[in-house]
Structures are given as C-alpha cells and as structure tokens.
Design a protein around this ligand. Structure first.
Ligand code: SF4
Ligand code: SF4
Length: 272
C-alpha cells in the first residue's frame, strides 16, 4: 500500500524515468551516446523477437552476443531487459513488465526475479524529502541526468540544504521554473560536465571498489594544503579528483556561484 502523496521516483512522469538499479550506469562506457545505442537496440530486438513466453531467452542470448559486457563493477548486475518504454525514448524501463507485454509479466525470467524487481525501493525513496523529490522532478527533464541525480542522495540533500540556508526556508517546488529551474539544472548537470571528474575506471560517485569492498574515495585535503571544504560531500558526489589547490579553489567557486545565484534569484523573484 503506497502512502498518501507517494511520489513514484522510478517513473515520475511521462517525460523521464530511472533505471539505475537495473545496472544502467554500471557499464564501462556509460556515456549517454553509448547507453542510447544499447537501449535502442535492445528495444528494437525485443519487439522483433519476443512474442511468447520463452522468447525472452532468445532475446537475451542475442543481446549477449552483440553487446560489450564490460562493467565498472563486476559484482553489480547489468540487466539486459532494460530498454526504452516509449517511441520518443524519453523513459527507460523494464521490457519484461506487464505494461509492455499486453499484461503478461515476464520478470520471473530475469536475474532478480519478479518479486525483487517489482518490490524494489531504493534508499532515495526514504532519504530524499517530499519537497526535494517534487523539486528535482521539476528541475530535471531527461532520463539520463535524472537517474544519475535521483540516486545521489548526498548531492540532492546538500544542494537543497545550502539553498535553504540562503533563502531561510525550504524552496517551494512550484518555484522551479524559468530562471530558477535553469540555475538548479546547471548545478545538477555538473553530474555530467564536472571538469574535475576523476578518470579512474573503478570510481562511481564517491565510491570505488578495491577488489573486495566498496570504499569512499576521500579527498586528500592535507596533501593540497587545504581545510576540508564545506562542499566536500558535493565534491565526492561529483567524483572529484583535484590535482592542485587551484583546482580545488576553482571547484569551490563553481559551486559557490551557482548557490549564490540561486539564492539571489529566489529572493528577487519573491519581491517582484
Ligand atoms: S534506483 Fe530507485 S528510483 Fe531508480 S529505478 Fe531503482 S528504485 Fe527506482
Ligand atoms: S527484469 Fe528487473 S532488473 Fe531487469 S530491467 Fe526489469 S526490473 Fe530491471
């Protein structure tokens, strides 16, 4: 039973969705272009081959014979049944889902099985507040960026904490349109365009895998001769690696300017 006012983060509206827990971003090449190719091919082949109960296995074998299996973390499953749900390629999702197959639920054929796939709720549902959920789903319209951001709890909570402190209230989600939406979108787009992103192959957000367990890749402030930055959590979420104190300062400036611009614009718009 869903609570009143429940916000479905997986499929929030007709313009985007998330497929992160199906392994979407765990491919060695998880650039937008590469994922679009992957999902587009799968969707086409699924529609061509899957007509009856056992066909998904034929589909699976075909996909495995043509796709690169290289992953960031071998321990995280990347499900081949993730594809596009709509012709416009705005929503990613499960090709085995009953809504995609005239009511027939084929998820039992998957690695996790129907029960796990249908019942999974990721930590973002619990830790991201209702206001933050409503705001973020207004700010980000595109599936690729949306999935990266909605699963990054620290990034979301830190940004809203900084702007809330500056405007002395929780920003009202209705305000995320026009210029305010653009400024917030600029911030969340750093998830893709951050200039100080580490190139280490085994990094994902703040985590890296040391061969046996997931560890947080902390920033070595001592080495940079710097105090721990107030934006430390944001830096970690952005997979940062700073080689010099100047790079660290530049990173702080990018974040500071965005937050201050948002605060100023929010206050000015409120007066007008
Ligand atoms: S990571 Fe969370 S929001 Fe994304 S599809 Fe999975 S459960 Fe849904
Ligand atoms: S079968 Fe499960 S893991 Fe695979 S795409 Fe569907 S919901 Fe995701």
């Amino acid at each position: 039973m869903k609570e009143e006012g429940f916000i479905h983060l997986c499929q929030p509206d007709s313009g985007k969705s998330c497929g992160a827990c199906c392994g979407l971003y765990n491919y060695a090449d998880s650039t937008r272009e590469s994922l679009v190719d992957r999902l587009r091919n799968r969707t086409r082949i699924f529609r061509e081959t899957v007509k009856k109960a056992n066909d998904p296995k034929v589909f699976l074998n075909r996909i495995r014979s043509i796709e690169s299996p290289e992953r960031i973390y071998d321990t995280i499953h990347c499900c081949e049944y993730l594809g596009f749900l709509d012709d416009e390629e705005k929503r990613v999702g499960c090709l085995l889902h009953p809504l995609q197959n005239d009511g027939e639920d084929m998820r039992d054929l998957s690695f996790y099985g129907r029960e796990l796939c249908a019942g999974h709720i990721c930590p973002s549902y619990h830790f991201i507040s209702r206001d933050e959920k409503l705001s973020l789903t207004r700010i980000v319209d595109d599936w690729y960026l949306y999935g990266l951001c909605i699963t990054d709890i620290d990034l979301v909570k830190e940004y809203f904490r900084f702007i809330s402190e500056g405007i002395c209230e929780v920003p009202r989600y209705e305000r995320f349109e026009g210029r305010l939406k653009d400024i917030a979108l600029d911030f969340f787009s750093l998830k893709i365009s951050w200039p100080f992103r580490s190139t280490d192959a085994n990094r994902f957000g703040k985590y890296y895998f040391d061969g046996s367990q997931y560890m947080i890749s902390h920033i070595d402030y001592d080495h940079l001769g710097y105090e721990r930055s107030r934006f430390d959590k944001i830096f970690l979420s952005l997979t940062s690696s700073f080689r010099t104190p100047d790079e660290l300062r530049e990173g702080e400036e990018i974040i500071r300017k965005n937050i201050e611009e948002f605060i100023s614009c929010y206050k000015t718009d409120a007066i007008l």
